[in-house]
Design a protein around this ligand. Structure first.
Ligand code: FAD
Length: 391
């Protein structure tokens, strides 16, 4: 089918199948899972219809719940959803992180077990990488896994585990050979968060929200067949998964359906004088931000198209993560400049919903250059792996 025919067919499917209420006002994108919640019941209808069509994981093979779209078709799908103000049906680490890693490193049994559940939104995942003493120096992690018959017994602690209190399964880095050099004794293991011995303690932030947790493992049993890749070679899987994660984080600030563009916000907040913004430095900042946003999106697209044969991301994802998160922070700062003191609302009638959301989005954007590896670590990777500079 030609790309134009695909566009036409996809657009009419989207128009016919996306419930009208989702196109009218802001709706949260569901994260799925055994205890999934839907702020709007139509979100569940939309999720099920997309899962049936393979549109929750559009590029995955059909046998695992995808639609086998190529990169160009996936872009068309996104463009049409954006144009019709249609939200994503599902989000989460299943789709963006562990799913792609399993497609690359999982065995047939693991793929058949986990991928269809991810694509349907049946299981929600969390990431057990960071530990109290191991963040940037992730390979120093200490959580131990010791063989016992057909199982591993796991003891240790993770931290900053996003969504651990709501997740059903975890992809976890564990040390299986404490005597090997630190990168060589790590194994990538999957297990159910309902396994006895797993406990989570939400970390409460100043905002009152708790997006992440401390996660404890006390004699937790996980089947040895849940190792992804080879025992003691989990670092290879871990690094690739980080590249998928960084690609996802790069796009966090991308404008979603119904979100206003910066020029639209400027017109609304400041107004025009003689057809343009009177404040020249502000105008220049807006133009620069918009051009850089566009340049990043086109460069990411070019890179995806050029790496079509390999499909997987590479160390270049560090460049995009670094630049994309800086852009996102700058975009939020610029919105603050446009809206002035109205962007510092925390609660109360003095602020509308959009202004309250902006305050939180601005604060949240600060974490983008920490999660998935800090900006300093991305610069180290770019220096070593992309530019080939000496240590
Ligand atoms: C919102 C959010 C969500 C997260 N979710 C998860 C999750 O779900 N699962 C998970 O496992 N982790 C998660 N993390 C943890 C995240 O991966 C770590 O915070 C991150 O890797 C940094 O580690 P750290 O916090 O221990 O900082 P540290 O490693 O202690 O770093 C402190 C500072 O030192 C700098 N630094 C350290 N080493 C170097 C170096 N070699 N060169 C230059 N500068 C250096 C860092 O850049 C940083 O500024 C999350 C973090 C955030 C903010």
């Amino acid at each position: 089918m030609s790309l134009e025919a695909f566009r036409k067919e996809t657009r009419s499917w989207l128009e016919a199948n996306c419930p009208a209420s989702l196109r009218e006002g802001p709706t949260g994108v569901p994260a799925g899972g055994r205890n999934a919640t839907f702020s709007n019941p139509d979100s569940k209808v939309w999720l099920d219809r997309c899962a049936e069509r393979g549109f929750t994981a559009p590029t995955w093979p059909k046998e695992y719940g995808g639609a086998e779209l190529d990169t160009a078709e996936q872009r068309v799908l996104r463009e049409e959803m954006m144009d019709l103000a249609i939200p994503s049906p599902l989000m989460g680490m299943g789709l963006t992180m562990i799913g792609p890693a399993l497609l690359e490193f999982g065995n047939d049994e693991q793929k058949a077990e986990h991928l269809p559940k991810i694509a349907r939104g049946d299981i929600r995942w969390c990431q057990g990488y960071s530990e109290p003493g191991s963040g940037s120096d992730l390979a120093s992690l200490q959580t131990r896994a010791v063989v016992d018959g057909d199982d591993y017994i796991i003891n240790g602690q993770k931290i900053w585990t996003s969504g651990a209190d709501e997740a059903d399964w975890i992809f976890c880095l564990v040390r299986t050979d404490p005597d090997a050099p630190k990168h060589n004794g790590i194994t990538f293991l999957l297990f159910d968060m309902a396994t006895p011995g797993v406990s989570v303690k939400p970390i409460r932030l100043i905002s009152g929200a708790s997006p992440f947790c401390e996660t404890f493992f006390e004699d937790v049993r996980a089947p040895r067949k849940n190792v992804v890749g080879k025992v003691n070679e989990g670092w290879t899987v871990a690094k690739r998964l980080l590249q998928y994660e960084r690609t996802m984080i790069t796009n966090i600030g991308a404008r979603g359906p119904r979100a206003k563009s910066l020029p639209e916000i400027a017109v609304e907040a400041v107004g025009l004088t003689g057809g343009k913004l009177a404040d020249r430095p502000l105008r220049d900042s807006l133009a620069l931000q918009s051009m850089n946003d566009r340049a990043l999106s086109l460069t990411v697209r070019r890179n995806t198209e050029e790496s079509k044969s390999t499909k997987a991301p590479s160390f270049v994802s560090s460049m995009f993560k670094y630049y994309g998160t800086e852009q996102n922070k700058a975009r939020n700062e610029l919105q603050l400049r446009l809206r002035g003191t109205q962007s510092f609302g925390w609660e109360g009638d003095g602020f509308n919903r959009e202004e309250l959301a902006l305050t939180r989005a601005w604060l949240r954007s600060k974490a983008n250059s920490i999660e998935g590896g800090t900006s300093e670590i991305q610069l180290n990777i770019i220096a070593k792996r992309v530019l080939g500079l000496p240590d």
